[in-house]
Design a protein around this ligand. Structure first.
Ligand code: CA
Length: 271
């Protein structure tokens, strides 16, 4: 693990000095030990050394682009990755999410928005870690956590194992397995799958799922844009691919046209 002891590590990969300083300041205020990198390759190296729990990633970097950095990071870590993109084009954002980003923020952004998103990510039931402000409401852990919680904060003994056919989702260990083989999910993918499984066949709107992906008691921007909803579609598509690759049933997640998604309830493997 990290050599930084109790301090939580964050890595800022950004070639623009002003933005790097700004993002670093926001993260340091959030209690992070921040390391910066100005190129994609350096960023990949620093992430491997520091074992951060948060990475912010610029897309336009001088050597390899942010998408490639993301692919390389994703092969070694499931840390929380926020893409800071100067490109407002929806396709750029969706490409980043397809490559495994958890979240994105368009530049120019307000420091307040970045702070709100990071706070939301950190405000989750974790052992031995006080909440940043007010205590989190007693809901099961849906938000990204870098360590499995063993008493989770909410009394949810029967709630943590969710099964559907060969798929088992463990809300405490934050793992999803298909026939015993663990699916390599990002935190956001896990959160969405867990929420859909918990809803047990009920439809969840995309707007609803955007809020799930941001964290339960996210208190920053509550506005949900069309791009945010498209992002959910991309996360769901990634989930289906991972289910299919693990010999699970990608059709377990049903698209409810114009509304959102639901899980086929109590479904054994179809076909
Ligand atoms: Ca740049």
């Amino acid at each position: 693990m990290s050599s930084s002891g109790d301090r939580r590590a964050a890595v800022v990969i950004e070639d623009d000095l002003d933005i790097r300083n700004l993002v670093s300041a926001v993260l340091e205020q959030g209690g992070f030990q921040v390391s910066g990198a100005t190129t994609g390759r350096e960023g990949v190296d620093v992430v491997r050394q520091e074992h951060p729990i948060v990475v912010t990633l610029d897309i336009g970097l001088p050597d390899i682009d942010g998408y490639e950095v993301l692919r390389r990071i994703r092969s070694t870590t499931d840390c929380y990755v926020v893409v800071l993109s100067g490109r407002a084009d929806e396709m750029d954002i969706l490409t980043a999410l397809q490559a495994g980003a958890d979240d994105y923020i368009l530049k120019p952004f307000r420091p307040r928005e970045l702070r709100a998103r990071i706070d939301a990510m950190l405000r989750r039931p974790r052992i031995g870690q006080h909440a940043l402000s007010t205590p989190a409401p007693p809901v099961p852990a849906l938000v990204a956590s870098s360590t499995p919680s063993d008493d989770g904060g909410a009394g949810k003994s029967s709630d943590h194992l969710l099964r559907n056919g060969s798929l088992v989702v463990d809300g405490e260990a934050r793992t999803a397995t298909c026939s015993g083989i663990e699916l390599p999910l990002t935190k956001t993918e896990f959160n969405l799958l867990h929420e859909l499984m918990r809803s047990n066949g009920a439809v969840r709107t995309k707007e609803d799922l955007v809020r799930v992906s941001r964290g339960r008691d996210y208190r920053g921007y509550n506005f949900v844009s069309r791009t945010d909803e498209r992002a959910i579609e991309v996360h769901i598509a990634n989930l289906r691919q991972k289910l299919a690759r693990a010999d699970g049933n990608p059709e377990l997640i049903v698209t409810v046209r114009g509304v959102g998604f639901r899980i086929l309830p109590g479904q054994a493997r179809s076909r």
